[in-house]
Design a protein around this ligand. Structure first.
Ligand code: URA
Length: 238
């Protein structure tokens, strides 16, 4: 692949802008400035390069975990809040990453994003049944009857079949740990309401077998590697 195409594929702007970056001497490969946009770059191993001193590694597809803060909408065109896209560098937005399912603006925690359409589709498809673990802070104390109802299934307004949690446990009097497979609109909030309680705060801790890393600060993002992607595909719940 030539250098211009490599930069273009990684979200550094139009071909013309990428050519300009190279011609202006702003791109380094292996520690040296490379001013030739047509220089051939081997993709194995994944090349590392710098643009304006910032280090990047070539990635064919982008897989991202974001620790979503409250007050951000999972939309490019937010109505009332900031957009989660404000938390990402322009290169990722230019590459067309999109959220893998959505979280409500007030929900925090693990949000996946990717520019791999097949991956996004597979993980959001109702057929895939990826378990997602949420922590819900509830207004009222959580009792055994509510836990039982959540696992047996509750009928949500406008639905014909009950929605059941894979698991529902009490971490604390007001802290519910709920694992669900579906991804319906306001799924957890509606299920908890139908079980006789109310969600005051909601946090997603895990998708598949991939847990939000403790080291990932609120508002920060990181690349997912092969090990993370394998964990994501692991649908066991414990
Ligand atoms: N369920 C909800 O109610 N909200 C979310 O953001 C995610 C799951």
């Amino acid at each position: 692949m030539d250098l211009e195409t490599l930069l273009f594929s990684q979200g550094f702007g139009s071909r013309r802008q990428c050519r300009g970056l190279v011609a202006e001497g702003r791109v380094c490969i292996g520690g040296d400035v490379c001013a030739d946009p047509h220089a051939r770059i081997s993709l194995t191993p994944s090349p590392e390069f710098k643009v304006d001193g910032h280090a990047w590694t070539y990635r064919e597809k982008a897989y991202i975990a974001l620790n979503k803060p409250p007050g951000y909408e999972c939309s490019r065109d937010p109505q009332h809040h900031l957009s989660i896209f404000h938390l990402l560098p322009p290169q990722l937005i230019e590459r067309g990453v999109q959220p893998v399912g959505r979280l409500d603006q007030d929900t925090t925690g693990l949000l996946l994003l990717s520019d791999d359409g097949a991956f996004v589709h597979a993980f959001t498809s109702p057929k895939r049944k990826v378990p997602k673990l949420y922590l819900a802070t509830t207004r009222h104390p959580i009792d055994d009857a509510q836990l039982a109802r959540l696992v047996e299934g509750v009928l949500l307004h406008g639905e014909t079949k009950p929605s059941a949690a894979l698991a529902a446990t009490r971490r604390d009097e007001h802290l519910l740990e709920l694992t669900v497979q579906e991804g319906k609109y306001h799924q957890v909030k509606r299920m908890v309401a139908a079980a006789g309680n109310r969600v005051e705060k909601l946090h997603r801790e895990r998708v598949g077998g991939y847990a939000l890393p403790e080291s990932l600060a609120e508002g920060a993002w990181r690349w997912l590697d092969e090990t993370d992607l394998a964990a994501l595909r692991d649908s066991r719940t414990s």
